[in-house]
Design a binder for this molecule. Structure first.
Ligand SMILES: [Fe+2]
Ligand SMILES: [Fe+2]
Length: 300
């Protein structure tokens, strides 16, 4: 119980704190200087999640599972380069040290036991509580941006659906932290919902990719459209099925592995300027990591 609380908490932060800092980054760089206070707020969340991640990393050493570190959900072979390029392109500083330290992490095998000290329990509990406060803050920020955009009061170089999408991802992080702090076991319902959740996320990634590619990238646009349609079919099938137990599990895994390969090639192509688009290298790497995360969840 204590062991799974510690491991689960740290694995959630290692994945989601990085995801949240990048959401803050994408929002911040998409807001014009006329909305200076919203830019500053985005910057503040970016730095606060960097701190959260910096606190998490040293606690993860030989505690988080190898399969998480090896899944490509926390960092990929592209992350460091994507961060350097994105920093250069936007002028917004990205702490590369966190990526280097994440690459150096050693994991724990599934048969290795973990000795949990009372100090470790306190530290992780504090990390979860601080994480909850932070994620509440960024949820509020995203909600305000979304309603301003919807009311015609704000221009931002991000689709409204993207703001809604990253808002849902933040709510998922909050849900995990609340579950951990309530010391509740994950129910089957949640697992099932997780598949619906991530299928929708994958569908939207395909839609964002198609919408941010240069119009001349016709083949890639068609492929992205096909992935969006495939995920839409999975979502509709799950909706229609009366017994929603894992009937689409194999489909989702096969599809997401293929989609991951597409994102992998896309991240490489964007980083090496072989693909024309409005996609920041770090955004390409971000959606690749989310696909890797979903694949690891499906494999478990
Ligand atoms: Fe995300
Ligand atoms: Fe996403």
């Amino acid at each position: 119980m204590k062991q799974s609380y510690i491991t689960d908490s740290l694995e959630q932060h290692l994945f989601f704190a990085r995801i949240m800092k990048e959401h803050a980054f994408f929002l911040k760089v998409g807001i014009l200087p006329t909305n200076a206070s919203l830019v500053r707020e985005g910057e503040r969340f970016l730095r606060q999640f960097e701190v959260q991640l910096a606190r998490t990393i040293p606690m993860c050493h030989c505690v988080v599972r190898n399969r998480v570190l090896e899944s490509g959900e926390v960092v990929t072979e592209f992350t460091d380069c994507a961060e350097r390029q994105t920093h250069r392109l936007t002028g917004t500083f990205i702490n590369l040290e966190l990526t280097a330290r994440t690459h150096q992490l050693e994991g724990r095998g599934c048969n290795d036991t973990l000795t949990v000290s009372p100090a470790m329990m306190r530290q992780v509990q504090q990390l979860n509580r601080d994480g909850l406060t932070l994620v509440e803050g960024i949820i509020n920020y995203k909600e305000r941006l979304l309603s301003s955009v919807g009311a015609g009061g704000l221009f931002i170089a991000n689709y409204p659906l993207l703001i809604e999408h990253i808002l849902r991802e933040a709510r998922l992080y909050r849900m995990h932290l609340m579950r951990l702090e309530g010391m509740e076991e994950c129910s089957c319902q949640e697992v099932r919902d997780s598949e619906l959740f991530w299928n929708r996320i994958m569908m939207e990634h395909a839609q964002f990719i198609r919408g941010l590619l240069d119009p001349c990238e016709e083949k890639l646009i068609d492929t992205a459209d096909d992935y969006a349609a495939e995920y839409c079919r999975l979502l509709n099938a799950a909706d229609a099925a009366s017994d929603r137990t894992t009937c689409n599990e194999k489909d989702a895994l096969t599809l997401t592995r293929e989609f991951r390969d597409f994102k992998h090639a896309g991240t490489e192509g964007i980083g090496s300027c072989q693909i024309r688009s409005m996609i920041l290298p770090l955004l390409a790497d971000h959606v690749l990591r989310e696909a890797n995360h979903y694949i690891r969840l499906l494999e478990e």
